[in-house]
Structure formats: C-alpha cells, structure tokens
Ligand binder design. Structure first.
Ligand code: PMP
Length: 312
C-alpha cells in the first residue's frame, strides 16, 4: 500500500510546527493504553475556497468524548476554530483533504491510571480525494467480532483504544477477500460497519439500527438522515437482523472517509436482488443521497451554508 503523505504543518504542543517535528516518546500513556479520542473531518477545496464539513459538530463530538473519557481537556469552539483556520492557511491548501484532531497524553507512564496526567490537542492533515472507488459498492462480511457496548467503553466517543475492535473486524474481512466488516451486537443485531454507520432500506422503509446506541453517533449518517427528511422521507428506528440485510432493498454505508456509499453484498449474497447470482446495482436512495451530498459540498444546497465552515 502507498505511504500516506501528510501535509507539511501540524498543530502540536500549542503551536503550529512542521509535521516531522511533532513527535512523542515510545512510552507515552496514549500509545501504551490507547488513551486518545479523535475526530476525522473532511475539507473540500471548491471555487478557490476551503470549506470544512460540519466542523462545529466534529468539535462538539471531540470535546464530548474528552469529557466522557475523563481526560479533563477542554478548549472553546472559538479557540478550536482559530487553530484550525491558522493550520489550514499555513498548509496553503488547494485540494480536498482530511483532518485528524485528537486529544492525547504524551507523558511516558507505566500505569494506565489517569492521576497526574495532562491531555492536550494535536491536529494533522493529509490530502484525501475519494477513499472508496466511485464505481460499485462494498462487499461486506459478517464479523465474528461483536461491537462492544456502552457498558464497556463509551460508544459515543471515538476513543483510540476502542479501535482495536474495528481493526480486528476489518482485517479479518480483508484477509478473507471482502472490503469491510458488518458489526453485530451481542444479541445479533446489526450495529454498523467497522468505521461507518449504516442505513437500511427494507421493503421501502428507511430504518436505522436501534441497538441501545452501540453505534457511533456518526456525523455523516446524521447528515444523510437530515437530507432524507429534507426530501420528505420518514426515518424509522428498529432492530435489524442479518436476514433483513440479505433481503433489503439497499444497505447504505456512511462515514467521513467513505462519504455516502452502499453495500453490494453481505457474505456474498447480493443486496437488493433476489437472485443469489445477480449483479448488484446502486439503489435509488444511494443515488439521491450521493447527489444531495455533492450539492452540499459544492455550496449548491440550501443546507450548504449551515454545514460548511468556510475558511476566509
Ligand atoms: N462508526 C465508527 C466506529 C467510526 O469510526 C466512524 C468514523 N468516524 C463512523 C461510524 C462514521 O462517523 P462519521 O460519519 O462521523 O465519520
């Protein structure tokens, strides 16, 4: 796989520094115990301007995670947006990109306990065009690793250490020739894809999983649901089992990196077709959402001004 190229400047230790100089000890608490929370944000370069998708919502989710995890790190929205603005300008952006803010602890420490540790913010950026190919959808495998629930780790926090769950699921799926893994809770209800949310279209109804909130509160799925409501569709919340996915009209998959895509198959059964050997195709809701999302990021949607943070 190609090496990831990062942008020249990052935010680290309360200042903008060259990416290579933003380094920590191998014994840091965050590296040893996964004590981080992070965000993944997309920015677009359109008509000579940088527009960041739902920056304030990402800020809120990051600070909420820091609070839930007890990191005791907080900065205000004004401080956060000023840092992001300065970093974007310093990197002189002229392409679509991905931004990774995270709260972490760089102190070397042997024990996992929190006492006496300070957490801080860092941000790095990288160019990112489309993460999944625009042709076709994902071939998913039912993961044998269950999604953890909120009684073990706060599921609303993008907590670094919890991604070992996504790592196990997605690596197994890819090792077996699939694109990604569909995650279930302990009772066998569908929760999400390893790093993306799902929306099921089943017998014409739009359903999102009601699994006691085991899924991350994704910002892309929230946007997709708001776009569906904007277009007059009703959203239902309910339990989704594997059989429903096999026989669904569509399984939409949403996430910052993937944007809005769909699953072509689950465990080699095509989704949206009765014939086991049929060739899967994108469905009507996928097409609608993809075009609505493109309008939003191109500044051509009524919701664009609400959702895009334009760096002036
Ligand atoms: N679930 C998990 C576990 C994720 O890591 C992500 C990616 N952040 C998502 C869902 C999708 O969330 P978002 O749309 O905010 O990127």
């Amino acid at each position: 796989m190609a090496k990831t190229e990062f942008m020249k400047f990052a935010y680290f230790d309360k200042e903008i520094v060259e990416f290579e100089k933003a380094t920590v000890s191998i014994a840091t608490h965050s590296l040893q115990y996964g004590t981080t929370c992070f965000g993944g944000i997309r920015g677009y370069y359109r008509n000579g301007k940088v527009a960041i998708f739902r920056l304030k919502d990402h800020y809120t989710r990051l600070m909420s995670a820091s609070k839930m995890l007890g990191f005791e790190y907080f900065i205000t929205w004004d401080e956060f947006k000023d840092i992001v603005t300065e970093l974007v300008k310093k990197n002189d952006i002229k392409e679509d990109f991905y931004m990774r803010p995270f709260v972490f602890c760089k102190e070397p420490r042997l024990s996992p306990k929190k006492a006496g540790l300070d957490f801080d913010l860092a941000i790095y950026m990288l160019p990112l065009a489309d993460y999944v190919s625009s042709e076709g959808g994902l071939n998913l495998m039912s993961s044998t690793y269950r999604k953890y629930n909120d009684s073990a780790i706060p599921t609303k926090a993008k907590a670094g250490g919890s991604y070992i769950n996504s790592f196990l699921a997605t690596s197994d799926a890819q090792r077996n020739g699939y694109d990604d893994a569909l995650m279930f809770d302990d009772a066998g209800n569908v929760v999400e894809v390893s790093v993306a949310n799902i929306i099921l279209v089943y017998r014409g109804q739009i359903i999102i999983p009601d699994t006691g909130n085991a899924a991350l509160e994704g910002i892309t799925v929230r946007s997709a649901l708001e776009l569906l409501e904007y277009n007059g569709y009703k959203i239902n919340r309910g339990k989704i089992d594997r059989s429903m996915v096999f026989t669904a009209d569509e399984l939409l998959v949403t996430g910052t990196a993937m944007k809005i895509t769909y699953a072509e198959s689950l465990d080699r059964r095509p989704i949206g077709q009765l014939d086991f050997n049929a060739k899967p195709e994108a469905g009507k809701f996928h097409k609608l959402l993809k075009s609505e999302y493109e309008k939003v990021i191109n500044g051509e949607h009524e919701l664009s001004s609400e959702w895009l943070f334009v760096v002036e």
